[in-house]
Each structure stands twice: as structure tokens, then as C-alpha cells.
Design a protein around this ligand. Structure first.
Ligand SMILES: Cc1ncc(COP(=O)(O)O)c(C=O)c1O
Length: 430
């Protein structure tokens, strides 16, 4: 028997004939388990119907999303254009923000709230406060950790925690004193204790506000139970009737136990620019910067330069915008009251948080009522259930259309509800 010559050549994988059954089998995309932990987007149904109506030519009055419809002040846009024309401004920029912008944020905290911040270690620029909050959750939380989140909830407050692999416990936030005592109770009874407590006053969606002593008590609780505070002060600039929203960072000892987010989106009408700030505890700012270093390359420099100008010279424009929201608030509150709805005028934010009145509340979920208003009145609003179960029975109306359109919205809602009432009444006896 002759021996076969040994070859060192690796065996070629056998070229398989295409298997038609394999080709036709649906391919299972291996989406990460965390995506499955996110619920379906509750506003999707409303948005789909709104687009369908608009495509069919309907003039829908959109009070759904808190998306400012007014432009930023001209000088801010001019500065953006000027800075964009400078060829030096188009490279990557530092991902914690350029120093002059961080300095401007620190100086604003000082003049507005009396808070001294080191712009190098205690201030960070992020691509909107939502983005900053999500990355902060990655820096603070992981599997096995728990965060307390206000309810009803701005969805990112819950789901950024979930995406970080941690658990979110929602506590009713509409009575701030009760919220504090529930936080204390949760810390006493939950093991391991919550690691993070998120606060958001003025609160989206309920418009609840607090005074400075709330934050003093919160810092005391944070020290007693060892949780870290994340304050979302997105609506700092939109306050009414002389009310000023306090900053968490102004509470004694706050810098050692927490951070705070602020944004250019709301008061400055710069929502699409994606400019937010995180300020406070240096160690956590450093951890957030570390996470961000792996996710983004910083903000377009001209946007940062224009934001410096906005912070420096935009005060009057912000106040004017707040007065505009206040007038819209008054128009909408008065109109809905004329329809017999019980509405409390908010002291801050760009929303009304409204209890669905009877008889509708016992007949419709907030989602069905919102869909009905869109279908029959051509008015889009956010159903309270979109902010979690604690929001059921309510609607959130954003003050993002002008006063005439708000009056028109009230008329259309009134007519739509009246037509349903008439249709439900028994026909008069002959
Ligand atoms: C409570 C709250 N936080 C954060 C944001 C997002 O702000 P930004 O545009 O800075 O990401 C919003 C926007 O609606 C909000 O309501």
C-alpha cells in the first residue's frame, strides 16, 4: 500500500450548494434584550393619525409635543452663521464643551442662583439634557441598582434607567412633601437602597413646582440614606406670575450629593440645536465625561459659540418668551374653563396638565379621549397615560401654538364634544 502524500494546506471548506429552504427561512435579527425592555411608543398612534390627517389636508392644531414653535432670537442665529463661516470651527471639539461656554454656564449659575461652580471640573456641555441624562445613567447605574423617578414620568427618566440595566421605582411627585417622605420610606424599606433619586421641578408633565426648602430637605435625605440626586431643571426659564424656579445646586451641601441638568431647548427656543448642561458634583461630572468620551465627539463649535452669546445676552428674549407662554396659558385656561373643565393655571413649564372632565373620564381612557379629540376636533394633545399609569385620567396640552390657534382649538374641542353629546341623547318623543 502506498502512503498518501501529507499536505500542510488547510482543508478548504466545502462549498455548499445553496439550500433553498435556508434561503427562504426568515432571518431572526438578534436585537439586544434591552430593546425588548422598552415599551411601544405610546404617542405613536396619535402621531400616525396626525400625519394621516395632515396628508389628507386637515389643519391639525398640535398641542402634543413640547416642541417650541417660536424661533431663537436673531442675534443667536446670526452668531451661529458667523461662527459657521470660520473655517477653524469645523473640526471635532472637546466633548465636555469649549471652556468659554462652561465658564458662561458657571457664571450664570452664580448670578442667577448664587452657586459657585468650577467650570473645569463642575460643568459639562452635553448634546441636549436628554442625551446627558441617558449617559449619566450609564455612568451611575447598572444591573442590580435602583433609581427613584418622579411619577407621572417624563419617559426618558424611566427608560434611560432601564437602558442602563437598572430598575426604576416611580413615586408620585405632584405633592413634593409627600414625594420626599415616600423617598425616605423607600430608602428605609428597600434593600439595596435606591442609588439615585431623580427630581424634575418644574415638573413635566404635571407642572408641579417647589420652593428652595424642598431641595434643602432632599440634600438632608441624600446624606442620610446615601443616594445621589439628579435634578432636571429643564423648565427653569419658563415661569409665570413672578415665580422663580429654584436650583437644586443652591441648597447647602448639594454639590457633594448631586448634579443638575439645564437646557437651551425651552426658554431659548433652541430645541433642535441640542444644547444642554450638567453641573454639580465633580466626581460624577468626571464619570459622565468618561462615558461621553466613548459616545460622542462634542458639539459643533459654532453652536457652542452662539450658545455663549445666548447665555450672555439672551435674558430679555427668554423673559419675553416666558410672557408669551403665560399669555397662551391664560387663553387656554380661560377657554377650557368656559367648556366647564377644571383647570389650574400652572406657575411654570409650557404645558397645561388637565384632568379629563366627566362624563368623558368615566367613558374614555386618556389615550382614547386624545384620539377622539384628534379625530373629531383636529386637535392633538398628549394622553396622560403616555407618562405612565400615574398620568391616566389626564391630558397634557403644550402651549406651542399661538393665542388665536389656541382659541380655535377650544372652539373645535367644544363643538366635537357637543356633537357626541347630542348623538348620545335619546331622540325626543313624537
Ligand atoms: C423634563 C425634561 N427634561 C429634559 C427634556 C429634554 O431637553 P433637551 O432638549 O435639553 O434634551 C425635556 C424635553 O421635553 C423635558 O421635558
Amino acid at each position: 500500500m502506498t502512503e498518501q502524500p501529507q499536505s500542510n494546506k488547510p482543508e478548504e471548506p466545502e462549498l455548499q450548494q445553496p439550500d433553498p429552504s435556508e434561503q427562504n427561512r426568515p432571518f431572526a435579527v438578534p436585537v439586544a434584550e434591552r430593546v425588548g425592555r422598552l415599551p411601544p411608543y405610546l404617542f405613536a398612534r396619535i402621531n400616525a393619525l396626525m400625519y394621516e390627517k395632515r396628508r389628507a389636508g386637515a389643519d391639525v392644531i398640535d398641542l402634543g409635543m413640547g416642541n417650541p414653535s417660536d424661533p431663537p432670537a436673531d442675534f443667536i442665529v446670526d452668531k451661529l452663521a458667523e461662527a459657521a463661516r470660520d473655517p477653524k470651527n469645523h473640526g471635532y471639539s472637546p466633548n465636555t464643551g469649549i471652556r468659554n461656554l462652561r465658564r458662561e454656564v458657571a457664571s450664570r449659575y452664580y448670578t442667577r442662583y448664587g452657586v459657585s461652580l468650577d467650570p473645569d471640573s463642575e460643568v459639562l456641555v452635553c448634546l441636549g439634557s436628554k442625551d446627558g441624562f441617558s449617559h449619566l445613567c450609564l455612568a451611575l447605574l447598572g444591573p442590580g441598582d435602583t433609581a427613584v423617578v418622579p411619577a407621572p414620568s417624563y419617559p426618558a427618566h424611566v427608560y434611560a434607567v432601564v437602558l442602563a440595566g437598572a430598575n426604576a421605582i416611580t413615586l408620585e411627585a405632584t405633592q413634593p412633601e409627600k414625594f420626599l417622605s415616600n423617598i425616605a420610606y423607600t430608602c428605609q424599606h428597600l434593600f439595596p437602597r435606591p442609588k439615585v433619586v431623580v427630581v424634575n421641578y418644574p415638573h413635566n408633565p404635571t407642572t408641579t413646582v417647589v420652593e428652595a426648602d424642598f431641595y434643602r430637605d432632599l440634600v438632608r435625605l441624600a446624606r442620610r440614606y446615601g443616594f445621589f440626586v439628579v435634578s432636571d431643571l429643564a423648565y427653569a426659564d419658563i415661569t409665570f406670575d413672578g415665580y422663580q424656579a429654584p436650583s437644586f445646586l443652591a441648597a447647602p451641601g448639594a454639590l457633594s450629593v448631586g448634579v443638575e441638568f439645564t437646557t437651551m431647548s425651552k426658554g431659548y427656543n433652541m430645541a433642535g440645536w441640542r444644547v444642554g448642561y450638567c453641573a454639580g458634583n465633580a466626581e460624577v461630572i468626571r464619570a459622565l465625561a468618561t462615558v461621553k468620551a466613548y459616545y460622542d465627539y462634542g458639539m459643533f463649535r459654532p453652536v457652542q459659540i452662539a450658545s455663549i452669546m445666548a447665555l450672555r445676552h439672551g435674558h430679555a428674549a427668554v423673559q419675553q418668551q416666558a410672557r408669551c407662554y403665560q399669555r397662551r396659558r391664560d387663553v387656554l385656561v380661560a377657554g377650557l374653563r368656559r367648556l366647564g373643565w377644571e383647570v389650574e393655571p400652572p406657575r411654570a413649564t409650557m404645558f397645561l396638565w388637565v384632568k379629563i372632565p366627566e362624563p368623558w373620564a368615566s367613558q374614555y381612557s386618556s389615550m382614547d379621549f386624545a384620539m377622539m379629540l384628534l379625530e373629531r376636533a383636529d386637535v392633538a394633545v398628549s394622553p396622560g397615560a403616555g407618562f405612565g399609569p400615574a398620568g391616566e385620567g389626564h391630558l397634557r396640552l403644550a402651549l406651542v401654538e399661538n393665542e388665536n390657534r389656541l382659541r380655535q382649538a377650544v372652539r373645535q374641542i367644544g363643538r366635537a364634544l357637543q356633537s357626541i353629546r347630542l348623538a348620545a341623547e335619546p331622540a325626543p318623543a313624537e
